[in-house]
Ligand binder design. Structure first.
Ligand SMILES: [Zn+2]
Ligand SMILES: [Zn+2]
Length: 156
C-alpha cells in the first residue's frame, strides 16, 4: 500500500490515494483528451473509490454535452463528469459512467515521475505522429533539466 496525493496547480483541489498500484493506467490521444489537457495526450489512471479521499471544491463538466453532441469518438464517449479546480483550472479527477466503482485521475496531477507507467494506449490515429516517440526527436533546442537549466539551446 502506498499513499499518493494528486492536486491541482494551486493545491486547493486534491485526491489522496491510499492503496495498491492501480490496475489500469493509460495514455490517450483522442481529441477530448487533447483539449482537456492542452497537450498531445493524456496520462490517466483509474483508482478504486474505496481508496480515495477528495478534498477541496471543484467545478464539473459533463461529457458528452447533451446540448451539443460530440463530432468525434473519444475515450469518454460512454459519459464522464470532469472535476476541475475553479481557481487554477486544472482537471484533477472524473467520474466514468462505464466504471462507477472507480475514479479517473489525471496522473500528471500527482507530480510523481515514479507513478506506475501506462499499460495501454488508445486513439493513436487522432494523435500527432511524434507524440509517443519524443526520445526519437532531434530536439535542436536542447533538453531541460528539472532545475530549469537547459543544455544546448534556448528556453521555451
Ligand atoms: Zn487549483
Ligand atoms: Zn481520450
Amino acid at each position: 500500500m502506498t499513499t499518493r496525493k494528486a492536486s491541482c496547480n494551486c493545491g486547493q483541489l486534491s485526491v489522496t490515494f491510499d492503496g495498491p498500484d492501480p490496475e489500469r493506467t493509460s495514455l490517450c490521444q483522442c481529441y477530448e483528451c487533447q483539449r482537456r489537457t492542452g497537450s498531445a495526450f493524456s496520462w490517466q489512471t483509474r483508482l478504486p473509490r474505496e481508496h480515495v479521499t477528495i478534498q477541496g471544491k471543484s467545478t464539473q463538466r459533463e461529457f458528452p454535452d447533451s446540448e451539443k453532441p460530440s463530432e468525434f469518438r473519444s475515450c469518454d464517449s460512454g459519459g464522464a463528469t470532469f472535476n476541475f479546480c475553479p481557481v487554477c483550472g486544472s482537471t484533477v479527477f472524473w467520474d466514468l459512467a462505464i466504471a462507477p466503482d472507480f475514479l479517473g485521475v489525471a496522473v500528471g496531477t500527482f507530480g510523481d515521475p515514479t507513478f506506475p507507467p501506462p499499460m495501454i494506449a488508445g486513439f493513436e490515429a487522432y494523435g500527432a505522429s511524434w507524440a509517443l516517440n519524443v526520445s526519437d526527436l532531434p530536439m535542436p533546442g536542447g533538453h531541460y533539466e528539472h532545475d530549469g537549466t537547459s543544455h544546448g539551446g534556448a528556453r521555451a
